[in-house]
Write a protein that binds this ligand. Sequence first.
Ligand SMILES: CSC[C@@H](O)[C@@H](O)C(=O)COP(=O)(O)O
Length: 369
Amino acid sequence: MKINGQHYRTIWLAQDGWRVVVIDQTRLPFRFETVALGSAEQAADAIRSMVVRGAPLIGATAAYGVALAMRADASGAALEAALALLGGTRPTAVNLRWALERMRRVLAALPAERRSEAAYAEAAAICDEDVALCRAIGEHGLPLIREIATRKPAGQPVNILTHCNAGWIATVDWGTALAPIYLAHDAGIPVHVWVDETRPRNQGAALTAYELGAHGVPHTVITDNAGGHLMQRGAVDMVIVGTDRTTANGDVANKIGTYLKALAAHDNGVPFYVALPSPTIDWSIRDGLAEIPIEERAAREVTHLSGLAEDGEVRPFRVVAPGSGAANPAFDVTPARLVTGPVTERGVCAASAAGLAHLFPDLANRATA
Ligand SMILES: CSC[C@@H](O)[C@@H](O)C(=O)COP(=O)(O)O
C-alpha cells in the first residue's frame, strides 16, 4: 500500500537484516511510527498490546517472532518455549496457531544450526503468501461489487459497509475485506464505504478510515449502531468483513459487533460477505458458538478511549463513569446461515461445510484424515 507516495508492507526486516520492523498501530492515524522487534518477547508484546493486530498480520509477526528466538538460541527447548510464548498472546485469531504450527513443522525437522536461517525464510514465505492470498481475495470479490454497480443508476456509488479493520494494516498487504474495494476503486467503479467506528478500540475510525483515505477511496465513518438504520433506508448495497477464525462449516468469528451487522443485513436483504483467506479456516471445529475461544480483553479498553489531545499528543481519555465496571468480549460469532458467502483466494462459495470443502478439498481432507 502507498503511504505518502512510498510503498509499504506492514512488516519487513530492518537494515541490519535480522530485526523485524512493524508499524505501531496504537499510534495510527495520528502518528506513523515504526518499531523494530529484536526478540520473541518483543514480538509477543507487540501482538498482545495490539501494536500489530489483524489475524493475518498476527500470524506473520508470530512467525518472525520464532525466527528472532532461533537467532538467539536454536535449541529444541528454545523453539518450544517461543512457540508457547507466542501462541499464548491472542486466543481467537487462528492464523496465529496456523503460522506457529507451520514454523514448528519446518524447524523441528532441522538440525539446530540450520534453524535460524530456515525460520527467517519461512516467515518471509508466510508474508509473501499472505500478499498473494489477499490479492486473490480482491480479485474474487471484485465481480461482486461490479455486479452491484451495473444495477445502480449511472454515477451512483456502490455503498459497502465494513466493520473493524480488515485492510492492508491487518495483513501484510492489500487486506482481506478491503482488497475487493481497492481493486474496484482502481478499476474506476464508484464505491463508497460506510466505516463502522468499531468500539472499543475504534479500528474502523482510526485504521480503516486512515487507509481508505490514503488510497483515495470515498468513505464515511459511522457509529457502530448506525448500520441497521442505514440498511433499512436502502443506503447499504453490501457488507464485507474480515474474520479471525471461521469453522469448517462456515461460522465466522470476527470483531465484536459483526453478528449484529449480519442480523441487520439478513433482515434487510443486504448481502453479507466474509473475506476469508484459507489460513483463517479452523478445519478442526464446526460449531463456532461452542468451540471458538472468544478473547476477553481489559476493561480499560471500554472505560478509556485513545485520541489526539488538543496539545497534539496521543492520549487515553476516560469516557465511562468512574466506579462502573466494564466487560470487553473482543469477538463474536456470526452463524453460517447469516453469511451470503465467504470470499476466499479460490473463489466465493456457500457458507457451509460442503461449500468450503468443495473449494478446499486438499485442506478439508487433510484435516479429517
Ligand atoms: C484481515 S483481518 C480480519 C480480522 O482480524 C479483523 O476483522 C478483526 O476483527 C481484527 O481484530 P483485532 O482485535 O483488531 O486484531
